[in-house]
Design a protein around this ligand. Structure first.
Ligand code: ADP
Ligand code: MG
Length: 261
């Protein structure tokens, strides 16, 4: 009975309960280039555990590259990234990606698999979890994003917003300490954007550590604990939403806000 109770408690609170762990990222003098093109030029930033960091800036400023370094999808040329004080650059990428999840603009779901299989796959393959347990967790995470009723649908049978929520459920299923979101609403029809942003805001309220690259300035103002403005491979300003949106210090940020707001 107590085991059953524990299991029930876990699954009913796991939306918040599975995301209380560590996960402070400290980025130190990070450099990255593609060939001769310098894309990150000495980025310093701390993403504190349990906080939401929104990253804004013009196209080409290096936002995606920064996130990709945090997940080792690309390797920086210099500097370091610490996760709870330990360099991620010496970890195995697979080990790192269990701790730092990522959600992409174009969902990247497997088209031939159902929603539930998409969520279960990395649990099976990366964590080597038995099918029954992976199914239980997969169903719980789909329920968290409001899509348990669609678990047997393939991506093509889901709206863009639903596909993105499946992708978020997939990231959550790995029980990561940090989740990176790269313009996850940019490919969605306008009426589907709010549902996905509300879900991310909800995760933030539950204490998930997140870095969110977004063009949604209203979201950044409402949800971010800190906002980072990047331009040309550098962080130009960091501050609270009020600092960034109401009292920008640099001309570059003022010009950017004048264009997007
Ligand atoms: P953002 O996400 O802010 O739009 P990116 O990080 O995608 O910026 O890109 C930063 C710069 O790096 C841009 O000049 C872009 O053209 C270049 N870039 C991005 N990815 C690659 C790549 N795989 N190969 C070469 N250049 C790239
Ligand atoms: Mg980008």
């Amino acid at each position: 009975v107590s085991e059953l109770k524990a299991a029930t408690t876990t699954s009913s609170t796991c939306k918040g309960g599975n995301m209380v762990a560590g996960g402070t990222l400290a980025i130190r003098r990070l450099n990255m280039s593609y060939g001769h093109l310098e894309v990150l030029k000495g980025v310093d930033l701390v993403i504190p555990q349990g906080s939401v960091t929104c990253i804004i800036g013009p196209s080409g400023s290096g936002k995606s590259t920064l996130l990709r370094c945090l997940n080792r999808l690309v390797e920086p040329k210099g500097g370091d990234i610490l996760l709870d004080g330990k360099s991620i650059l010496t970890m195995k990428p697979e080990a790192l990606r269990r701790r730092v999840g990522m959600v992409f603009q174009h969902f990247n779901l497997f088209p031939d698999h159902t929603a539930l299989d998409n969520v279960m796959l990395s649990l099976r393959k990366i964590k080597g979890m038995p099918r029954g347990e992976a199914r239980r967790i997969g169903e719980a995470r789909l329920a968290d994003v409001g899509l348990l009723g669609r678990k047997d649908h393939r991506p093509s049978g889901l709206s863009g917003g639903q596909q993105q929520r499946v992708a978020i459920a997939r990231a959550l299923a790995m029980d990561p300490e940090v989740i990176l979101f790269d313009e996850v609403t940019s490919a969605l029809d306008p009426e589907l954007v709010k549902g996905v942003l509300d879900l991310i805001a909800d995760l933030g309220r539950q204490g998930m550590t997140m870095a969110v690259v977004t063009h949604e300035m209203g979201f950044a103002r409402r949800v971010a604990d800190q906002v980072v403005f990047m331009d040309e491979g550098r962080i130009v300003e960091v501050g609270s939403p009020a600092d960034i949106f109401d009292a920008p210090k640099s001309d570059r940020l003022r010009r950017f806000l004048a264009e997007v707001l």
